[in-house]
Design a protein around this ligand. Structure first.
Ligand code: ADP
Ligand code: MG
Length: 244
């Protein structure tokens, strides 16, 4: 293996985080390789969003370090980290068209107009949102809005995508459909993706590796096959539904 491929895309060392007196993350360690699709899986309150928000730089961590492509980003601004985040609620600007939403961050970054247009065209093709670029978010379905939200991360050309339960507001049919789209997106782009969900089916279908969390502690970090066949404890077996 060459040095370039052996360097993790994302590395988390001894991450600790407290909200006031309550320690939510005690000692989280993860190494995620370039192009890997990692799912953070766990029940409500297990710390999934907190870990993602630490990676994104949206929370001040209590202790530990975060590296992206070997660069220590622990104290970098979110916008400088080379990450794009997609949230559960779409967080689109309601007064702007889809095109405006996609262009917003790029205009702020002072990209040339031609470059902005070509990135939007590419994202529109990949995500199949070209037909409604001139509509406002209110005129879109939930599934369409979530495609636009993914598009906003896509146009920024980031190294690492972070998804926080992006499908949990959608009905079952759309969820299944967009799950396939996200998998296709990953195959097309080959980015590193960290995807949070409480849904073990979603985790099993999407992940190269699953990190199963309980009370802010990673119980097991392994491939879907391994975690299913060789759960390290009863909690993991129960959560994944392994045969006993
Ligand atoms: P998950 O995303 O897995 O549902 P979270 O990461 O949101 O879990 O939350 C982990 C724990 O941290 C929970 O116990 C939650 O109540 C607590 N928590 C999350 N955000 C805050 C906050 N801003 N202030 C205090 N406690 C919080
Ligand atoms: Mg959450």
């Amino acid at each position: 293996m060459t040095e370039a491929t052996s360097q993790p895309s994302l590395a988390i060392h001894n991450l600790q985080l407290s909200f006031g007196a309550v320690q939510v993350l005690e000692d989280v360690n993860m190494q995620i390789m370039p192009g890997e699709f990692v799912v953070l899986l766990g029940g409500s309150g297990s710390g999934k969003s907190t870990i993602l928000n630490c990676i994104a730089g949206l929370l001040d961590i209590s202790d530990g370090q975060i590296f992206i492509n070997g660069r220590n980003v622990t104290w970098e601004e979110p916008k400088d980290r080379g990450i794009g985040m997609v949230f559960q609620s779409y967080a689109l600007y309601p007064q702007m068209s889809v095109r405006g939403n996609l262009a917003f961050g790029l205009k702020n970054a002072r990209l040339p107009r031609q470059e902005i247009a070509s990135r939007i065209a590419r994202a529109a093709e990949i995500l199949q949102i070209g037909d409604y670029l001139d509509r406002k978010p209110a005129a879109l379905s939930g599934g369409q809005r979530q495609r636009v939200a993914i598009g906003r991360a896509l146009v920024r050309d980031v190294d690492v995508f972070l998804f926080d339960e992006p499908l949990s507001n959608l009905d079952a049919k759309l969820r299944a459909e967009l799950r396939v789209e996200i998998k296709r997106l990953h195959e097309t782009l080959g980015n590193t993706m960290v995807y949070v969900t409480h849904d073990q089916i979603e985790a099993m279908t999407l992940a190269d590796r699953i990190a199963l969390l309980r009370n802010g502690v990673i119980q097991q970090f392994a491939s879907p096959d391994e975690i299913y066949r060789k759960p390290v404890n009863l909690y993991v077996a129960g959560f994944i539904g392994s045969p006993s």
